[in-house]
Structure formats: structure tokens, C-alpha cells
Ligand binder design. Structure first.
Ligand code: GDP
Ligand code: MG
Length: 703
């Protein structure tokens, strides 16, 4: 059983960064030095604590986030290791939500890479405290000063280096700690270190760095800066207080160098986390809301003696052991064997034991205080993003906004009888992966699985087919084209039927008018003298809404039109709401034919992060995709290595962009995408789209 920890004794850190920088190895090194594992694991042997899942061992990369923790001088450090591959960005975003501080790992040779730049922007936007760990200092060509320079020009930050490497590459043997002004070298396997005075050759530089550090610490508060400017030396405590404030407010980025594989610099990193990384802030307010009512705000304050509120930031489903929900307690203290409410789903759940994890291994926890992270098992209704709370004080905690999907497949079962099983499988999978969506798209009439990339979806499809023996067909999904009109027109239709006794009669005159893009559909009436009686007007509106389902070009949905009903005729006996509905639908159809119908296609806002060497290729490729470049942050200008291009591109050109982008740049690019608006598409392209649509509809009709 782990002992009890109070909020102030907790540190939650998330290890983030580009794929392959050594994040998962770093977690192992921290666990090793922190005494939680006896031996360092390795990627090759598949023995890292973090990458314990079969899918991860097989591919030798992290696919999910995992946690470990260490206990050090009455402080518990929870460490969340995250995947660096863009496909699994949902995992790292969720971990960053649960942590108070990010450990951004960069490679000692490559410096800032694509995902480093991307995640950096996210840290900045969200003001997340951060420590940079320059890893693999033992690697050939490793250069600490070059990396510091690279960080400054790419990320435009004030960096405070807290270490100086002793040697680089093969001669990297230790780390000079600027705070303690000592040299730390590993003893044997690195579990412990030898502490010595700084060798003469590093003395001057260490003094310089210490001075700079003191200045940065002083900048945190007026009293300190005054003292500093008067030439006085700050005390250790003052430096500590200042640096802590600077780190907490994300004004300063501290940098530490080391090697996770050789277990060098790890002790210093842990010390910095313990002493300088912020603990969960007691009193911090979260914008919760009432159960089932997003509009009614209920603030939740982080403190251990409040009513229970905890957020599930990750769900992991083990094939044998079942469901693991990783949660962070925001308010109250979670105890084992209690009933809780899942306020997101309005369900009851019973908690049994509470755990902390080191990779896949469970450790019993006596309770979980506010700010701390733990795991509950076998809650069948609970998954990522849910709130667990006290039923008497129900509240729903805010959920993080995840990036939009970038890659999709239309999915169809090979055997129709598998439909339900396939649906169940995908719904379970989306519980675990909030960046995945699986839904029927009524506009394109297909079931679509979408996510962050072909690697993420590929692993899932492999699991459906191999582990679950369900055969599915996949193809590129259809683009949801739409139709609108370009001219104002009037139209008229009389619906009259005389069959047997009761007849049908309804006649309408309507005006059809284009609306600004995105305005949607508007209906009005300007009937004079009761030419269409009030009780039939809803029928007219329904008829037009029926007509919106299928435009006249390719039966695509119709948007951005206004319709005014301005005249009509009725019959005392034969008129009915249905008769007017039919008349309106026909009138609208004719109106559209004469109003210059126009095909519309979805346009996406795209941000591309690319190595500067490929910038030219990417720009000309965007043009060939009918895209428009809106602006860019050129690496050439900032002296950095990653450029960012912003553009708008039609969705139909972006369906397999992640694959094309990778092959164009040897993997040195990444992108984000969100829907922007609909734009007209005409000429040959529109003709092709309409022809393909006709074929699709004919095929569907034959089935
Ligand atoms: N030379 C060297 N290689 C390392 C170090 N840390 C990790 N690696 C290697 O880098 C590769 C990626 O490591 P991994 O921990 O999976 O990186 P992650 O993708 O960031 O989690 C593996 O081959 C590791 O053995 C290090 O400190 N030095
Ligand atoms: Mg990893």
C-alpha cells in the first residue's frame, strides 16, 4: 500500500515530444532512479514499463499514454508518458490536461522537430509550465549549445539552462547542476550518483549561468529584482522561490540535459520536478456545469475537503483484465469501496479498490486526494472525459477540446450479419480513443471511422480483423457536397387530385432567394387576406424542408436559401396540410431549377508544420490541390528549422493528405485541419462530381 499524500505533496508531469526522442526510456530511467523498478528496460527487448501493451511491443513505439510514479522525500511524482506520433495526439493532450507541468524531450542532435514545434504551440496557448529535457547527450554529434541555440530560434523563448554537460557524445559522463553548483556523475548503473565539486574547466561557465539564473529568478518579483539590481546576491531560498514562480507562470523555460539510456541527468531532473514544478494549485477553479445542462455553470474548486469531483482523462481496456479508468481528483478525496455518480452519463458506479500504476502494474492506494492521479477498474459505464462525483453534489467537469480528425475510412461489413458486432467493437474503441469517431453520415449515407492518421486507424482495423475476426471493407469516404442557388426567383405549383370521394388541393406561390454562405435556411410568409389559411402554413414549410434534402444537381442537400410564401389558393373541402406540403415541395424544386443552382464543396483550414527544406515543395503542392496559402511563419526568417504554413484547401483534395505529406517530406511534416466553409465549385470538376453521384445513386437503387 502506498502511503497517503496531500495535494501539496503531489507533482503531476507529462513527458511529451517528438517520436523517438527517448520519452518512454526516460520514464524507465526516472522509475529506476526513483526506486520503483530494479532494472532499466529497453525498447528493443520490449521491456519498458510504459510500452507494456502488445500493440506497442510489436511496433516498438508508444501508442497510448502510460503512467508511473515515484516517491521522493515525502513528495509523490506522477509521471505520464505519452506517444509522440501525431496519430496519437489525443493521448498526449489528455495527459497534459491531467498534469501541471510538461517535460518536453528533445533530441541532442535533431533539436526542435515537427511535433516539438506543434506541442510547443499548444503549451504556449494554454500557458502550461514546462521543463525541456535535452536527451541522448551520449549520442554521436550531440551538441548541447547548438540545441540551446536551436531552441531559442525555433521557439522564441527565454531558456534557463540548469545544467552543463560534462563531455558530449561518447565522452558524456555527467552533469553540472547549476542550482547546487555540483558535478553529478552516475555510479555504476546510474541508480545513484557521485556528487563532486565542479571541475575547473566548467567553473567559469557555471558561475555565468548561475548569474543569469539569479537574474531570471529575481524577475519574478519586485522585491527580489530590487535586491538583485543593487548588486546583492540572492539567497538559495530566494532563487528557489523566484524560479518556482517563473516556472509556475510559464514565463521561463528551464532546460536540463542528460541521457535516459545511460541514466545521466535523471537525478537532477527529478530534483527539479520535486522542488520547482508546481503542485496542483489548491483553490484553482474549474468551470464545471450542471448535469445534463451545459448552460448552468457550477464552479469546482480544487481542494481535498470539498464534495467529490474527479475527471477521467484516460480509459484503457485490457483484453483480459477489463477496463482501467485513469482519473484525476479535482475536489474532495476519493476513498475505496464507495458509490459514485457518473454525472456525464447519469449513471451509478461502484468503486472498489484504488490504484496507482507503474506501466501495467497496479499499486494499492488508501485514498486519492484532490490533485492526485489514480486508477479505478471495472467501471463499465465510465470512459474518457467522464466526471465521477458525489450524487448529492452533482457536477460535470469540463472536457478538453481535441483536435479534429484528419483521416477517415467508410466502413462496411463484408457479412451483413456482422453489423451489430462491428458497431459494438467500434463503440468500445471510441471509448478508449476520444480522437476516434465512428458514426453514420446521413449526408453521404455511409458509416465513417475517422481519426488522426492511417497508423491509428490501421492498428484498429487490424484489431477488428485479426483479434475479433470481423471482416470489414474500407474505402475513401465520400465528400459531403451541397447545393445552393445564385439567383432570386419566383415559382408556383398547384397540387390537385380528384380520386374517388375526397380530393386533394393546395396551391402555393413562393419566392426563392440566395442567402450568405453559412446562413442556412430561412422560411417566411407574407400571405395577404388568408389566401393560404394559417393552419396550412406549417405544411408549406415542411414541404420546403423536404425539398432541402435533395437538390436538383446531384440530389445533394440544399443550404443557404430563403423561401417566402407570398400567395396561394385553397379549397374548403379538399385542402389539407399534406396537400400544401406536396405543393410546396414541387414549387421549391422548380424554383431551384430556375435560380441558378450551384454545387458547393467543403473547404478546410489547414496548418502544415514542415521542415524548412521541404517548404517549396509543400507550397506548390497546395496550389496543385486548388488550395490558397493564407500565410506562413517561415523558419528561414526566424533562423529555426520548422516552418508553419496556413492555407485553405478543398476537403476532396485532403482525404489522403497525411500519406502524401509523409512521402513528400520523408516524414518531416505534420498537419492539422478543421472545417472552414463551403465554396462554389464549377466547370469540369463539378461535372465529374455530379456524374459520380449519379452513378452512386443508380448503384444504390439497384441494391
Ligand atoms: N543514444 C541514446 N538513445 C536513446 C536514449 N534514450 C532513448 N534512446 C533510444 O531512442 C529510441 C526511442 O526511444 P523511446 O524511449 O521509445 O522514445 P519515445 O518514442 O520518445 O518514447 C530507442 O531506440 C531508444 O533505445 C538515450 O539517452 N541515448
Ligand atoms: Mg514512447
Amino acid at each position: 500500500m502506498i502511503k497517503e499524500y496531500k495535494t501539496e505533496q503531489i507533482r503531476n508531469v507529462a513527458i511529451i515530444g517528438h517520436n523517438g526522442t527517448g520519452k518512454s526510456t526516460l520514464l524507465d530511467a526516472m522509475l529506476f532512479v526513483g526506486g520503483k523498478i530494479d532494472k532499466m528496460g529497453s525498447v528493443d527487448a520490449g521491456t519498458l514499463a510504459s510500452d507494456f501493451d502488445e500493440d506497442e511491443k510489436k511496433r516498438k513505439i508508444s501508442i497510448r499514454s502510460a503512467m508511473g510514479f515515484i516517491e521522493m522525500d515525502d513528495v509523490k511524482i506522477n509521471i505520464l508518458d505519452t506517444p509522440g506520433t501525431a496519430d496519437f495526439i489525443g493521448e498526449s493532450r489528455a495527459a497534459l490536461q491531467a498534469a501541471e507541468c510538461a517535460i518536453l524531450v528533445v533530441d541532442s542532435v535533431d533539436g526542435v522537430q515537427i511535433e516539438t514545434e506543434k506541442v510547443w504551440r499548444y503549451l504556449k496557448e494554454n500557458n502550461i509550465p514546462r521543463i525541456i529535457f535535452v536527451n541522448k547527450m551520449d549520442k554521436e554529434r550531440a551538441g548541447y549549445d547548438a540545441v540551446l541555440q536551436n531552441l531559442k530560434s525555433n521557439l522564441a523563448v527565454t531558456v534557463a539552462s540548469l545544467t552543463i554537460p560534462q563531455g558530449e557524445g561518447a565522452t558524456f559522463t555527467g552533469v553540472v547542476d547549476i542550482i547546487d553548483m555540483k558535478l553529478l556523475t552516475p555510479k555504476g548503473d546510474g541508480k545513484t550518483v557521485t556528487v563532486a565539486d565542479i571541475p575547473a574547466e566548467y567553473k567559469d561557465r557555471a558561475e555565468d549561468e548561475k548569474g543569469r539564473l539569479m537574474e531570471m529568478a529575481a524577475e519574478s518579483d519586485d522585491a527580489l529584482i530590487e535586491k538583485f539590481l543593487e548588486g546583492e546576491t540572492l539567497t538559495e531560498d530566494e532563487i528557489k522561490r523566484g524560479l518556482r514562480a517563473q516556472l509556475r507562470d510559464a514565463r521561463l523555460t528551464t532546460v536540463i540535459c542528460g541521457s535516459s539510456e545511460k541514466v545521466i541527468g535523471i537525478k537532477t531532473l527529478l530534483r527539479i520536478i520535486k522542488d520547482y514544478a508546481p503542485a496542483p494549485a489548491v483553490g484553482k477553479e474549474y468551470k464545471g456545469h450542471k448535469m445534463g445542462d451545459k448552460e448552468t455553470a457550477i464552479p469546482v474548486t480544487l481542494k481535498s475537503d470539498g464534495p467529490l469531483a474527479a475527471v477521467v482523462w484516460k480509459t484503457y481496456i485490457d483484453q483480459y483484465a477489463g477496463r482501467f479508468n485513469y482519473l484525476k481528483v479535482i475536489s474532495g478525496t476519493l476513498s475505496p469501496d464507495t458509490d459514485v455518480q457518473n454525472s456525464t452519463k447519469n449513471a451509478r458506479e461502484r468503486l472498489t479498490k484504488l490504484y496507482s500504476m507503474v506501466g501495467g502494474k497496479q499499486y494499492d492506494m488508501p485514498s486519492i486526494a484532490a490533485g492526485d492521479i489514480g486508477v479505478v477498474v471495472k467501471l463499465d459505464k465510465t470512459s474518457t472525459g467522464d466526471t465521477l462525483c458525489d450524487a448529492a453534489k452533482s457536477v460535470v467537469l469540463p472536457v478538453i477540446k481535441l483536435p479534429n480528425p484528419l483521416y477517415s475510412y467508410a466502413v462496411e461489413p463484408v457479412n451483413k450479419s456482422d453489423v451489430d458486432k462491428i458497431g459494438q467493437f467500434f463503440h468500445k474503441i471510441t471509448d478508449e480513443n476520444p480522437t476516434l469517431k465512428y458514426a453514420y453520415n446521413a449526408e453521404t449515407r455511409e458509416t465513417v471511422l475517422s481519426g488522426m492518421g492511417e497508423l491509428q486507424l490501421g492498428i484498429i482495423l487490424e484489431n477488428v480483423r485479426e483479434k475479433n475476426k470481423l471482416d470489414v471493407k474500407t474505402r475513401i469516404p465520400r465528400v459531403p457536397f451541397r447545393e445552393t442557388i445564385t439567383k432570386k426567383t419566383e415559382s408556383h405549383y398547384r397540387h390537385k387530385k380528384q380520386s374517388g370521394g375526397h380530393g386533394q388541393f393546395g396551391e402555393v406561390f413562393i419566392r426563392v432567394e440566395p442567402q450568405p454562405r453559412g446562413a442556412g435556411f430561412k422560411f417566411s410568409e407574407s400571405i395577404f387576406g388568408g389566401s393560404v389559411p394559417k393552419q396550412y402554413i406549417p405544411g408549406v414549410e415542411k414541404g420546403i424542408i423536404d425539398g432541402l434534402d435533395e437538390g436538383v444537381l446531384g440530389k445533394f442537400p440544399v443550404v443557404d436559401v430563403a423561401v417566402d410564401l407570398f400567395d396561394g389558393k385553397y379549397h374548403d373541402v379538399d385542402s389539407s396540410e399534406m396537400a400544401f406540403r406536396i405543393a410546396a415541395r414541387q414549387a421549391f424544386k422548380q424554383g431551384m431549377e430556375n435560380a441558378g443552382p450551384q454545387l458547393l464543396e467543403p473547404i478546410m483550414n489547414v496548418s502544415i508544420f514542415v521542415d524548412k527544406n521541404f517548404m517549396g515543395d509543400i507550397l506548390s503542392d497546395i496550389t496543385s490541390r486548388r488550395g490558397r496559402v493564407l500565410g506562413m511563419d517561415s523558419a528561414e526568417e526566424s533562423g529555426g528549422s520548422v516552418s508553419v504554413i496556413k492555407a485553405t484547401v478543398p476537403l476532396s483534395e485532403m482525404m489522403r493528405y497525411s500519406i502524401d505529406l509523409r512521402s513528400m517530406t520523408q516524414g518531416k511534416a505534420s498537419f492539422e485541419m478543421a472545417f472552414s466553409h463551403y465554396d462554389p465549385i464549377a466547370g469540369k470538376e463539378a461535372e465529374n462530381i455530379i456524374a459520380a453521384r449519379k452513378k452512386q445513386l443508380e448503384e444504390e437503387a439497384e441494391k
